[in-house]
Design a protein. Structure first.
Length: 106
């Protein structure tokens, strides 16, 4: 299991555990993290799983692929340099201790 933290829009910190290889969006939904809606079911199309990667002490995820970067640029309401779609990030040991802030603007 890989433990990561989500900070919900009201500031609540939620530590969740994801199975290795599992997209973080599914682990966050299963844990009931507020604000992870995931309307497209993980297809990198809706940006309702948009979060900001705040900390990545173990190295963090690889950079976004083109589909993820395009959806962040054209669909997400409040994109930033550290924007990520959590459906496109699979849990790996490099994510241990990472902190994601649920994006605002939905
Ligand atoms: S669930 Fe739709 S973009 Fe991630």
């Amino acid at each position: 299991m890989v433990k990561v933290v989500f900070i919900e829009q009201d500031g609540t910190r939620r530590e969740i555990a994801a199975n290795e290889g599992e997209p973080l969006m599914f682990a966050a939904r299963a844990a009931g993290v507020a604000g992870i809606v995931a309307e497209c079911g993980g297809a990198a199309m809706c940006a309702t799983c948009h979060c900001y990667l705040v900390e990545a002490p173990a190295g963090g995820p690889p950079p976004p692929a083109t589909a993820e970067a395009d959806t962040i640029e054209f669909v997400a309401d409040t994109p930033r340099d550290n924007s990520r779609l959590t459906c496109q990030i699979r849990a790996t040991p490099a994510l241990e201790g990472a902190v994601f802030q649920v994006a605002t603007g939905r």
